[in-house]
Design a protein around this ligand. Structure first.
Ligand code: ZN
Length: 149
């Protein structure tokens, strides 16, 4: 990965164009806003978390292709998962975004691996990680909105 065009892979473009779970959900137990003033990414993520499990998740808002694709891919990855599984996925993705984890298991990550290139672009790390920090707040039961600044 050494230029921005490589970063915008097909998966990211697809999820930007047709974001999955891009909606308000019926029975949200938590709703958290995430804002990245550096880029202008602003999302509201709705979570239905019951009995230690993410029953449903949906998001609304707008931002750059990276942030929207990241949010879309994240909703697919964590929907139906336990809090513990989602927490460890957050940790894994966080380490990938900040470049701490270079041994990326592309098979295990699947579509999420398309986000791994952002570690080469410091300005884009906040875009990719914004939805994940919002998720983490929901998982640890914090109600505060997220801002990357
Ligand atoms: Zn952005």
């Amino acid at each position: 990965m050494n230029n921005l065009s490589e970063l915008y892979q097909e998966v990211i473009l697809d999820h930007n164009k047709s974001p999955r779970n891009f909606k308000k959900i019926q029975n949200a137990t938590q709703t958290i806003d995430g804002f990245n003033p550096l880029c202008g990414d602003h999302y509201t993520i709705h979570f239905e978390i019951r009995d230690g499990k993410i029953i449903d998740i949906g998001f609304e808002g707008s931002g750059c292709a990276i942030s929207k694709a990241s949010a879309s891919l994240m909703t697919i990855a964590v929907k139906g998962q336990s809090i513990e599984t989602a927490k460890s996925l957050f940790q894994k993705m966080h380490e990938i975004f900040i470049g701490k984890n270079k041994n990326i298991d592309f098979d295990e990550l699947g579509s999420l691996a398309s986000l791994s290139g952002v570690s080469e672009f410091p300005a884009r790390v906040k875009c990719a990680s914004l939805p994940w920090h919002t998720l983490n707040n929901a998982l640890i039961g914090k109600k505060e909105n997220i801002t990357t600044e």
